[in-house]
Design a protein around this ligand. Structure first.
Ligand SMILES: Cc1cc2nc3c(=O)[nH]c(=O)nc-3n(C[C@H](O)[C@H](O)[C@H](O)COP(=O)(O)OP(=O)(O)OC[C@H]3O[C@@H](n4cnc5c(N)ncnc54)[C@H](O)[C@@H]3O)c2cc1C
Length: 395
């Protein structure tokens, strides 16, 4: 661990850089899902801020500098984060490709691939979508049928993917495609496909909320150069599973800090208190306190798991446990936030609801999906049974 002096020196450096580069007009405009469920924010200030972060490597601070990062330690990155929060600044660079594809490419990609695909992710000038699920391949992902036929210097891809988060706004798709029909797992390869080319068609899937954050993606005779194959042909299943571990630790661990924000404190603004200043409804009080304690324990476990993952060179099957526990917590949190608002917590539109009330309802509904994406809760339990507990398949 770095001693106090260099880290404080870094804090001073980060503070000075932020003073000269943060654009205060952007305060309060942070949408953590912005690089996933909507078009990229192309307003002048946001473009400028992403560019500055990218140039300094602060958008992806722990990445090596040759790939667009700043080569910071986790400790320095945490300090940068603290310094941003202190002045109301934030890092808008993120999304699926930054969180899942980039660490996978760093592990399995060639040097040319890393130099080509990582820098434009580090300044938000490119974004990717995940091409895994198909209409007949969700939990049983290895049943996927989209076929990449070997044509010498390129593959010719035909097939359909579904549930691509942000597919209609993505520049490329990273995903799993069949290169051999005679072997289920060994017949899968990991490809990068540019979206803006003939034969790629996205059809947004409209949700009950009216939003369309996902797509079906159709590939018809799409030419994919061989240089876009990551790792060996037929090794896609191993690479694809690694990416899922990054996805799951992101879902379970990435939000852990926000889950820590005390619900008891929030409740005091929303519900009746007794004469001692405690939440008057005993049952609700107990649920909230229980939540706060579990969230704190979870955060501690996430930090431990991150240290362990670093020591082993990446996440393990533990990411499945973190995903399930994090998902249960985020669902419980959003359920309690709705409950605390009483009738106002069930608003969808119209008079009598504040923006926060409406956001609470939408958050609550949105979080139902956390136990599905990145592999369902049952699938994580299967992985834990097999990989962690060493249990065999029940015949
Ligand atoms: C919000 C959201 C975003 C998504 N984004 C993407 C994306 O960007 N890219 C992408 O490729 N996919 C994406 N997906 C798809 C997601 O990965 C799949 O929905 C998920 O893997 C489950 O597959 P399925 O929907 O086909 O359900 P199914 O596999 O049909 O499962 C249905 C039910 O059966 C259960 N089940 C299935 N098999 C077993 C088993 N062996 N043991 C026990 N229970 C089982 C499941 O747990 C589930 O409850 C997204 C999904 C959601 C909800």
């Amino acid at each position: 661990m770095a001693d106090a002096e260099p880290i404080e020196q870094f804090r001073a450096e980060a503070r000075e850089w932020l003073e000269g580069n943060w654009i205060p007009e952007l305060k309060g405009r942070h949408n953590p899902m912005g690089m996933v469920d909507g078009p990229t924010d192309m307003s002048e200030d946001m473009v400028q801020w992403r560019k500055r972060l990218g140039e300094r490597g602060f958008g992806t601070p722990t990445w090596p500098s040759e790939y667009g990062g700043a080569g910071l330690t986790q400790e320095e990155a945490a300090v940068l984060d603290e310094e941003m929060r202190r002045i109301g600044a934030y890092n808008p660079i993120g999304g699926l490709a930054v969180g899942m594809f980039a660490p996978t490419l760093m592990e399995f990609g060639s040097e040319e691939q890393k130099l080509k695909w990582l820098p434009p992710l580090s300044d938000g000038s490119m974004r990717g979508c995940q091409g895994y699920s198909e209409p007949g391949a969700g939990s049983d992902l290895a049943s996927l049928q989209s076929f990449a036929e070997d044509k010498g210097d390129h593959y010719l891809v035909n097939g359909q993917k579904t549930w691509q988060s942000g597919g209609q706004w993505a520049d490329f798709c990273f995903g799993l495609f069949r290169t051999d029909k005679s072997h289920k797992h060994e017949g899968i390869s990991f490809l990068i496909i540019e979206m803006d080319q003939p034969g790629v068609e996205t059809r947004p899937i409209k949700l009950i909320s009216g939003k369309s954050p996902f797509c079906e993606t159709f590939f018809t005779d799409v030419k994919v150069p061989k240089e876009n194959l990551v790792g060996e042909e037929g090794n896609g299943w191993t690479i694809g599973k690694r990416l899922l571990q990054f996805e799951r630790s992101g879902i379970g661990g990435g939000g852990a800090r926000s889950l820590m924000k005390s619900l008891s404190e929030e409740a005091k603004q929303l519900v009746a208190l007794d004469e001692d200043g405690k939440i008057a409804d005993k049952e609700l009080r107990q649920e909230i306190v229980e939540y706060d304690m579990r969230a704190r324990n979870f955060f501690g476990t996430v930090v431990r798991a991150q240290i362990e993952a670093k020591a082993r060179g990446g996440p393990s099957a533990t990411s499945s446990a973190l995903k399930n526990i994090g998902a249960a917590l985020v669902q419980k949190r959003s359920e309690l936030l709705v409950e605390m608002r009483g009738m106002e917590g069930y608003g969808w539109e119209g008079e009598g609801f504040t923006d926060e009330d409406l956001a609470a309802t939408r958050d609550w509904l949105w979080h139902r999906a956390v136990t599905i994406y990145g592999g369902s809760e049952e699938i994580q339990n299967n992985i834990l049974a097999k990989r962690v507990l060493g249990m065999r398949d029940h015949q």
